[in-house]
Design a protein around this ligand. Structure first.
Ligand code: KG4
Ligand code: ZN
Length: 343
């Protein structure tokens, strides 16, 4: 095996198919040689949400073109790859199986190590793709499937200290966008519409959640009632601005609570909703040592962040068996929610 390590990673946990090739010498941070993403937004738009079976089929169609692009751009062939890796959980089972099975098959054929990666670890450490950062830090994951807060102490040690009790922030953006007749996923469109609107025009009830958790279902119902009540009198841009402001207010208030409790001085915002400029601007105003979000391409699901985590696991000797399985979405246990509510 050559001195530098070439690692090929696959991400297919939801509706983005992605492949990346990373290279690392023993002491240096991995270099991203090439990466490809194929979105399925057009496919799911007409259904107003992700259709799991269509998503898995589309991954099957998109995976090889992504792989060819990455190998072509980096002028590498499969024989030259030292390690294969893929997202194993959480996500849609049928989708996960596509990337995971492809990586395992390649590892088997070329007799190379295989590494399973937790998608959320990928998001947490995605900030390190483009820069170095000192530990510890607070990480806010805000995506279409997840909204959680993590205290991150090192590449191996992190703790979830809060999570959504119902919808994810991205899901809440997408549902409101749908009510306003915007496309799917509508988070970015809603942000655009909101930028020309008055956030104080419509009063939406203040969001509450126990401890450091999040909850968006009440806000979403409130918004649905507003849209029905106002009918054709509704100003879509003012409604979008009012909704976005209430949603971001909730994220900011839980982040502030978490910072006060943990005394952390660095904050990372990751996941698809971290693309939202209004969210970035709000959190950048907090008086902290650093507030960091990845470039837009590394906020949404991508194989580069999966490769970064896999390279670390490889260095630590954490190789997975080829019988390794995939797993679906995690939710807080009912007992834990009840305890937090009583607190
Ligand atoms: O991280 P991601 O690609 O998928 C999951 O892992 O779930 O995030 C996709 C989510 C969608 O809900 C999308 O509407 C949202 O990120 N999103 C945004 C923006 N750009 C993407 N939400 C708010 N503002 C944006 N600019
Ligand atoms: Zn994600």
């Amino acid at each position: 095996m050559s001195e530098s390590i070439k690692l090929l990673s696959f991400e297919s946990s939801c509706d983005d198919t992605s492949v990346a090739l990373l290279e690392s010498s023993s002491s240096l941070k991995p270099r991203l040689r090439s990466f490809a993403v194929q979105s399925q937004d057009e496919l799911h738009e007409k259904y107003g949400g992700i259709v799991p079976e269509l998503a898995s089929r589309a991954h099957l169609a998109n995976l090889l073109p992504c792989l060819k692009k990455v190998l072509g751009e980096s002028e590498a062939d499969l024989e030259a790859i030292d390690v294969f890796a893929a997202t194993a959980r959480p996500g849609l089972i049928g989708s996960l199986l596509v990337g995971h099975s492809a990586a395992k098959a390649l590892a088997f054929i070329y007799d190379r190590p295989f590494i399973s990666v937790n998608h959320l670890e990928g998001h947490i450490y995605s900030v390190l793709l483009e820069r170095n950062l000192e530990f510890p830090f607070l990480s806010l994951i805000v995506s279409g499937g997840h909204t959680s807060l993590y205290r991150v102490d090192s590449m191996q040690s992190y703790e979830c200290i809060g999570m959504t009790l119902d919808d994810a922030a991205g899901e809440a953006f997408d549902k409101a966008a749908k009510l306003l007749g915007l496309g799917f996923p509508g988070g970015a469109e809603l942000e655009k519409l909101a930028s020309g609107g008055d956030p104080s025009r419509y009063k939406l009830s203040k969001v509450k959640a126990p401890g450091l958790h999040f909850s968006f279902s009440g806000l979403k119902s409130d918004f649905s009632r507003l849209v029905q009540r106002e009918g054709s009198n509704l100003s879509a841009s003012d409604a979008a601005a009012s909704y976005q402001s209430a949603l971001l207010e909730h994220l900011e208030s839980q982040v502030k609570k978490a910072l006060a409790q943990t005394q952390l001085a660095r904050l990372c915002i990751v996941g698809g909703v971290a693309r939202n400029q209004a969210l970035r601007a709000r959190l950048a105003r907090l008086e902290l040592e650093e507030v960091i979000a990845p470039s837009p391409a590394f906020c949404t699901d991508n194989a580069a962040m999966i490769g970064l985590v896999a390279m670390e696991k490889y260095r630590r000797g954490e190789i997975d068996d080829l019988a390794a399985d995939v797993g679906s979405t995690q939710r807080p246990s009912r007992a834990r929610i009840r305890r937090e509510k009583q607190a």
